[in-house]
Design a protein around this ligand. Structure first.
Ligand code: DC
Length: 227
């Protein structure tokens, strides 16, 4: 692939609301393009898990700052998530984290801490596909490609339930709908880097698209403009 601006390798930003299919799509796009993959939501989840472990009051900024100063989050190339050296890849998906992660990700000192880490990872990588909520707007405003994945609320809830069902968890439809709605409100309404579509993003509504169609679309756009 032709080298891009920045450090010479392509930077691809993928943003969108919860349940739009970002994670699975981004993972496959990064594999097809042979670029590093970074799931920034996993980082917000890992620090949320630490606050749960340590029973931190998330309105207590002093305690939060102290925790950040002694916390190490690492993501392996195989998508493993490590919190202070311990693997937490599955633990960051538990219900308590699902509930607390949006309020935690609205805390500015948490965001600053993680955004710095994400930018460093991008600079050190030979190209990256990064997914989250503020990737195009804040973490990598210089990205070569900016995608915004969306889907209807009903479809996003259906996918979330299906995802959980595959793990053996049966969730009520109205419960999942309410949780996604609540996350939308917090993620889009927070003061610090809310989820937004930047004007130069390529918007893909995945409601009626298959997984392969979404992946192909992104890969084709990147390959056609980068070669
Ligand atoms: O993508 P996810 O559902 O794993 O993300 C978990 C939460 O983290 C989500 O509620 C919003 C937040 N998040 C964020 O604020 N900024 C990001 N770049 C990624 C995730």
């Amino acid at each position: 692939m032709k080298k891009q601006k920045n450090n010479g390798y392509p930077k691809v930003a993928i943003d969108g609301p919860a349940g739009a299919g970002k994670s699975t799509v981004t993972r496959e796009v990064s594999r097809r393009l042979d670029l590093k993959y970074l799931d920034t939501g996993a980082m917000y989840r890992a620090i949320t898990l630490k606050f749960i472990y340590e029973d931190i009051d998330i309105s207590d900024l002093k305690s939060i700052e102290a925790v950040l100063n002694r916390t190490v989050i690492k993501l392996s190339d195989k998508q493993g998530v490590f919190l202070d050296g311990k693997e937490v890849t599955n633990d960051i998906r538990i219900a308590e984290v699902n509930k607390l992660v949006s309020p935690v990700s609205a805390i500015s000192i948490v965001r600053r801490w993680l955004v710095d880490m994400q930018r460093e990872i991008a600079e050190e990588s030979r190209g990256i596909v990064m997914e989250g909520r503020d990737i195009a707007s804040r973490v990598m405003p210089d990205a070569d490609f900016k995608f915004y994945l969306d889907a209807s609320l009903a479809e996003r809830a259906r996918r979330r339930r299906q995802e959980q069902l595959e793990k053996g968890n049966v969730l009520a439809e109205d419960e999942v709908l309410a949780e996604i709605k609540n996350r939308d409100v917090i993620d889009s309404g927070r003061a610090d880097s809310p989820l937004i579509r930047v004007p130069d993003a390529i918007v893909i509504d995945t409601t009626d698209m298959s997984f392969d169609e979404v992946v192909d679309k992104i890969v084709n756009i990147v390959q056609s403009k980068a070669s």
